[in-house]
Design a protein around this ligand. Structure first.
Ligand code: IPM
Ligand code: MG
Length: 357
């Protein structure tokens, strides 16, 4: 029996509940496929601050580096709002991205017909929404130099620096082009080249890549226009490629269009072990109640099966099961409307397992 080593980082808040759910689903899907999962549980984020005084212990990094894949719940919460900026829970995510060389974040946004009425946009606007945001993940302002506030009075100041090197832009463009090639061949590169020097380099390289890949159609949008187009005409997009900061912002906007933040998965890929996580946060307000929507994490696990574990059929069966339970009317609280079957985290997990092909 083949074995896959998966590091499981529950993290904080609802992290424990949703990763447990995804683990149970993966175990069930693996059993049908004759694959064994070896789960290695590690701490990161607030949980690691509480246990070890730091958000990302070296032991966690080492385990991730040796594994086939990493599945993460969510990190952070109000409990750690006042810790020193150098050890904030978010540092765990940023540190893992850097340590594992995860320069690319893939965030697919897709409308499930069963959830169309939950989109904040008019149903006719979201009918054809199916795109993927390719976000640069280890460069730009997130990892540039910065200084915390200093000085006093009106002149008190702080700064963060946005830099992009050619190699960083080239490799993310390559992922965007490859991703588009497997879809409908359309890329929109998003920048702020009318103002920022780093964006002008970004756009120059995007144009070079377009020239080198004539089978792909490449458009160039400013980020402000993109934010607007995402709510007025989201169906036009197929692959969006953008910087770390713009990708952070646009992917939340993209996600909410789909009707539930709780449903969207993500994959972070690069030179080391890939990491999979739902795009939502740790939802401290509902943590520990067993009511969180586990589908974003379950779908992240499906992406993990496809991209890291070489188990595309398992990925398909998990994704089809999720579509089936939504069609059958199962809803956690965040997606509930009268007339549907309200379930908690466990109920949703059981329903997905029951629908595995
Ligand atoms: C995300 C999150 C992270 C980010 C935070 C938790 C550091 O918002 O993955 O989008 O900004 O990248
Ligand atoms: Mg974000």
């Amino acid at each position: 029996m083949s074995e896959k080593q998966i590091v499981l980082i529950a993290g904080d808040g609802i992290g424990e509940e949703i990763t447990n759910s995804a683990r149970t689903v993966v175990d069930a899907a693996f059993a049908k496929a004759g694959v064994n999962a070896k789960w290695i549980e590690k701490k990161a984020g607030g949980a690691a601050i509480d246990a070890f005084g730091e958000p990302l212990p070296q032991d966690t990094i080492d385990a991730c580096q040796e594994a086939d894949a990493v599945l993460l719940g969510a990190v952070g919460g109000p409990k750690w709002d006042d810790v020193d900026p150098s050890i904030r829970p978010e540092k765990a995510i940023l540190g893992l991205r850097k340590a594992l060389g995860l320069f690319c974040n893939l965030r697919p946004v897709k409308i499930y017909p069963a959830l169309r009425e939950f989109s904040p946009l008019k149903p006719e606007l979201v009918e054809d929404v199916d795109f993927v945001i390719v976000r640069e993940l280890t460069g730009g302002i997130y990892f540039g130099e910065r200084e915390e506030a200093q000085g006093e009075g009106p002149n008190e100041f702080a700064w963060d620096k946005e830099t992009y090197a050619r190699y960083e832009v080239e490799r993310i463009m390559d992922v965007a082009v490859e991703t588009a090639r497997k879809r409908s061949g359309k890329v929109v590169s998003v920048d702020k080249a009318n103002v920022l020097a780093s964006s002008r380099l970004w756009r120059k390289i995007a144009k070079e890549k377009a020239e080198a890949n004539p089978d792909i159609s490449m458009d160039y949008y400013y980020v402000d226009n993109t934010a607007m187009q995402l709510v007025t005409n989201p169906g036009q997009f197929d692959v969006l490629v953008t910087t770390n900061l713009f990708g952070d912002i646009l992917s939340d906007e993209g996600a909410v269009i789909s009707g539930s933040l709780g449903l969207l998965p993500s994959a972070s890929i690069g030179t080391g072990t890939s990491l999979y996580e739902p795009i939502h946060g740790s939802a401290p307000d509902i943590a520990g109640q067993g009511i969180a929507n586990p589908l974003g994490t379950i779908l992240s696990a499906a992406m993990m099966c496809r991209y890291s574990l070489d188990l595309p059929a398992v990925a398909d069966s998990i994704e089809q099961a999720v579509t089936a339970v939504l069609d059958a009317g199962y809803r956690t609280g965040d997606m509930y409307r009268e007339g549907f079957t309200k379930v908690n985290t466990q109920g949703m997990t059981d329903a997905v397992i029951a629908h595995l092909g």
